[in-house]
Design a protein around this ligand. Structure first.
Ligand SMILES: *Cc1c(COP(=O)(O)O)cnc(C)c1O
Length: 369
């Protein structure tokens, strides 16, 4: 079989890109709130059902600025079961990460565990909608309200997801997206913050552009995190294809699930009735005893057959030298996170993969142990 990676970016037909390039060449306006940038902010706000979207050069800078814009100090409760950028964004803001555990099924931050981690210094919660499955948004909001905490969602995986018909980006104080090449909606590199007031949008816009407010006024220590016109054009084109992309991912996910449901020791994530899923990832969880083979052995076996899954999220952030000295990083504090990190493999899923390849991957998993 030809080499199959965990993901492959969606690239629109080149003839759809050409007119956008011609327009950029004509405008000679490459960045700094160009026309495509403005149009994409507007279209995304509409599509995501939020008041404002602020575009960024990548998701990590969007996370850094989200924390800055809310003026968070002290401690922030987050999850160890995520991509490193989530926790790094706290350290770059001189904030103390406090790890709480996740639920044992979907791997999202557990509100009870969050509540136990609260101290006098806690100012915010930074949960992640892992694999695009929504966090317990109501449970987390209750905890936040009770202790007057802000919530910044790392929604890097959650583009296009809805809960009870509401866009996932409507929850919390801010939601941060990534449009990196490996994410399901990509602008080569890129990111965004969804926010709910004009005032906050203004603040974020200043922070991502050095703090400039007009030609000569500079308010505060902004940074450069602006999205360029080429990326914004890519976003506009991607958006036209996005519902088709979702449909194709849904077919692939359903095929995986129906094939794998009878393989003992392999757990897939069920879809949730009130959720419109995006199937940004397709994680399986390997129970070594029941399956008769370890997760790592299956991972290697797949690689031998040219199937390159990824162990997202392994290692846990709490295991890394940068974080493992923290009290909250102790394994006994994070049993569900530890368990998921030891069991997970994300299988390939992307538009163009095709159900035939999914069937072949299933065959390997079925017969490997
Ligand atoms: C990809 C990702 C990020 C970082 O986004 P970039 O655009 O790559 O900087 C942050 N958090 C999570 C959970 C991610 O998956």
């Amino acid at each position: 079989m030809k080499k199959i990676l965990v993901t492959q970016p969606f690239l629109p037909p080149l003839d759809e890109v050409q007119p956008y390039l011609e327009q950029i060449w004509k405008n000679k306006w490459l960045t700094n709130k160009g026309p495509f940038h403005q149009e994409l902010e507007q279209k995304l706000a509409e599509y995501l059902g939020v008041k404002h979207v602020a575009l960024f050069s990548n998701g990590t800078l969007a996370l850094l600025i989200a924390l800055k814009a809310l003026g968070i100090k002290g401690e922030v409760i987050t999850t160890p079961y995520t991509f490193v950028a989530t926790a790094h964004a706290l350290l770059w803001n001189n904030l103390k990460p406090v790890f709480a555990d996740v639920d044992p099924v979907y791997g999202n931050l557990d509100p009870n565990s969050v509540e136990k981690a609260i101290t006098k210094k806690t100012e915010a919660i930074l949960p992640v909608h892992v694999y695009g499955n929504p966090c317990d948004v109501n449970g987390l909001q209750e905890v936040a309200d009770k202790y007057s905490l802000k919530i910044i969602y790392d929604a890097a995986h959650a583009f296009g997801v809805k809960v009870n018909e509401n866009s996932i980006m409507q929850y919390g104080d801010l939601s941060v997206m990534s449009f990196h090449a490996t994410k399901l909606f990509n602008t080569f590199e890129g990111g965004a913050i969804a926010c709910h007031t004009d005032e906050m949008k203004n603040k974020i816009d200043h922070l991502k552009n050095f703090g400039f407010d007009g030609e000569t006024t500079i308010i505060g220590t902004g940074i450069n995190a602006k999205m360029n016109e080429f990326s914004a054009a890519m976003g506009l084109i991607q958006l036209k294809h996005f519902e088709d992309i979702l449909e194709e991912r849904t077919v692939l996910a359903n095929t995986y699930r129906s094939l794998l449901k009878d393989v003992k020791g392999i757990r897939c994530l069920d879809s949730i009735d009130e959720v419109k899923h995006n199937y940004a990832y397709f994680p399986i969880f390997v129970n070594e005893q029941q399956y008769g083979m370890s997760r790592d052995a299956l991972y290697e076996k797949l690689k031998e057959q040219n199937i390159f899954g990824r162990r997202y999220f392994y290692p846990l952030i709490s295991w890394l030298a940068t974080y493992n000295h923290l009290n909250s990083a102790k394994a006994e504090n994070l049993p569900n996170s530890e368990n998921l990190a030891e069991q997970v493999i994300c299988l390939p899923i992307y538009p163009g993969l095709g159900t035939k390849v999914v069937e072949e991957i299933f065959s390997i998993i079925e017969s490997a142990s």
